[in-house]
Write a protein that binds this ligand. Structure first.
Ligand SMILES: C[S@@+](CC[C@H](N)C(=O)[O-])C[C@H]1O[C@@H](n2cnc3c(N)ncnc32)[C@H](O)[C@@H]1O
Length: 386
C-alpha cells in the first residue's frame, strides 16, 4: 500500500514540474554527463533551461530518489542516471503518453470541439497507479487502453467470476440491441452517460446506421475516455456527436451543459443510456435521486435504458472474493427490487427487469450464457405521456 501511494504521488509531482519529464526522458537513453543532459534537452524541446535550473531540477529529482549520480573510472566527473524508481516513473509517463497522444489515432472526421491541451497536462489528469472502471472494462473487452493496475484488478475479479469477460461482451451486446431498437422506433437523440472508452460499434454508429441524422451526446468522468473521445467519436455529416467530461453524480451539470443543449433538444423525446454505470454510484450518493432528476427532465415518450450488475444469482462464497477488487468501495451491485425502485413511474418494456442473458435472446449471439455467467440486469423504460 505504501509503495502504491508513494509511486502515485511521485508520478503526479513529476508531471507538475515543467523540466522533470524532459530530464527523465533524456536520462531514459542511459547515464549522461551534465553537458549531455543540456544538449539532450535542446534536442527534445528545442530549448534548454538555464544551468541553474537544470542543477536545481536534478537535485530535486535526486531527493525524490528518481535519479542518482554514478562515479566513473579515472575522473572525478560523475554521470547522472535513472534509479529503478526513476525508470518505473518514466515507464508510467511513456505509457500514459502513448495512450493519450491523438497522433496515435486514425481520425475519420472530427466534429467534436474540445480544447487541445499539452500532453503533460493531459497525462497529469490520468492516474495509472489505481484501477479505473473504464480502463478495466476496456481490458475485459480485449482493448489496449489500460494499465497494469487495471489488468490486475480485472484478474482479481476473474479469479472469483471466471466469466467476467463474457459478461462485459454481453453487456456491450445488450447496449447495442437496445440502441438499435430505439433508433428503429424513431429515436434520433441519445444521451449516453458512462459511455466508456470508445468501442466500436458505439451508440452513435448504431443509431446513425439507422438514422444518419441522429444526434448523440456522450458523457464520462474518466480523463482517459476524454482523450480518446476527442480523437475517436466521429459523426455522419447529417448527424452530430458531442462529448462532455462530466459526472453522473452532478446531473444538473450534465443537463445544463452548453454542448448538450446545442446538440440535443430536451423538449423532444430522447433515449438515455445508463448502461453499466449506476453500479459506480454508492447509496450515499443518492442514485435514485440522480435518476429521478434526469427522468424528470425528459420529454414524455423518452426512453431509459439501464444495465446494472447484480449479485442476486452469485454464490455467497464468491461475494467475499469480490471485496478485494472493490477495496475502494466504489462498486455497488443491486437487486432486482432496487432497480425496480430506480425505475418507478416508467412504463417497463417486456421482459421488464431481466438478466441480459435473456434480453431479446433471439437476436443475441448463441448459445446464450446463463444468468449466473453474466450477473447483469437490463431494462428499458419509457417516460409516460403526461
Ligand atoms: C463499465 S463501463 C461501461 C461503458 C459503456 N456504458 C458500456 O456499457 O459499454 C463504466 C463507465 O462509466 C464511467 N463512470 C463511472 N462512474 C461515473 C460517473 N460518476 N460519472 C460518469 N461516468 C462514470 C466509467 O468511467 C466507465 O467509462
Amino acid at each position: 500500500m505504501f509503495v502504491t501511494l508513494d509511486l502515485q504521488s511521485l508520478f503526479k509531482e513529476t508531471l507538475t514540474r515543467v523540466w522533470h519529464v524532459p530530464i527523465l526522458k533524456v536520462l531514459g537513453s542511459g547515464p549522461a554527463r551534465y553537458a549531455d543532459i543540456r544538449d539532450g534537452l535542446v534536442k527534445l524541446r528545442e530549448s534548454s533551461p538555464g544551468d541553474g535550473t537544470i542543477s536545481t531540477e536534478l537535485r530535486i529529482l535526486r531527493s525524490k530518489g528518481l535519479v542518482e549520480q554514478l562515479s566513473q573510472p579515472n575522473t572525478t566527473k560523475k554521470l547522472w542516471a535513472l534509479t529503478d524508481l526513476g525508470k518505473t516513473v518514466l515507464r508510467l509517463i511513456d505509457e500514459v503518453d502513448s495512450l493519450t497522444n491523438p497522433e496515435n489515432f486514425q481520425v475519420k472526421e472530427r466534429r467534436i470541439e474540445m480544447p487541445i491541451s499539452d500532453s503533460q497536462e493531459r497525462a497529469a489528469a490520468i492516474d495509472p497507479t489505481v484501477p479505473h472502471p473504464a480502463r478495466r472494462y476496456d481490458y475485459l473487452l480485449g482493448g489496449k487502453d489500460n494499465f497494469a493496475a487495471d489488468r490486475e484488478s480485472a484478474h482479481e475479479i476473474e479469479a472469483v467470476m471466471p466469466t467476467v469477460r463474457l459478461a462485459a461482451r454481453e453487456n456491450r451486446g445488450f447496449l447495442q440491441r437496445a440502441v438499435k431498437y430505439l433508433a428503429g422506433e424513431g429515436v434520433s437523440q441519445f444521451l449516453d452517460i458512462g459511455s466508456g472508452i470508445p468501442t466500436s460499434p458505439n451508440t452513435h454508429e448504431i443509431a446513425q446506421a439507422i438514422d444518419p441524422a441522429a444526434q448523440v451526446v456522450y458523457v464520462d468522468n474518466d480523463p482517459l475516455v476524454l482523450t480518446h473521445a476527442r480523437a475517436l467519436l466521429t459523426s455522419t455529416p447529417e448527424g452530430k456527436t458531442a462529448y462532455i467530461n462530466a459526472d453522473l453524480r452532478d446531473p444538473e451539470g450534465i443537463l445544463n451543459d452548453d454542448q448538450l443543449r446545442s446538440t440535443i433538444d430536451l423538449s423532444k423525446p430522447i433515449g438515455i443510456i445508463l448502461v453499466a454505470v449506476l453500479h459506480f454510484i454508492r447509496d450515499d450518493e443518492d442514485p435514485k435521486g440522480i435518476i429521478t432528476r434526469i427522468i424528470g427532465s425528459l420529454a414524455p415518450g423518452s426512453w431509459v435504458v439501464i444495465s446494472h450488475v447484480t449479485f442476486d444469482h452469485m454464490p455467497s462464497a464468491a461475494l467475499s472474493g469480490l471485496e478485494k477488487p472493490n477495496r475502494d468501495g466504489r462498486f455497488r451491485a443491486r437487486s432486482r427490487d432496487e432497480l425496480a425502485d430506480f425505475m418507478t413511474g416508467l412504463d417497463l418494456m417486456d421482459p421488464g427487469i431481466q438478466s441480459i442473458a435473456h434480453w431479446w435472446a433471439d437476436e443475441a449471439p448463441q448459445p446464450r450464457p446463463t444468468v449466473e455467467d453474466v450477473a447483469i440486469y437490463g431494462a428499458i423504460g419509457r417516460v409516460k405521456a403526461s
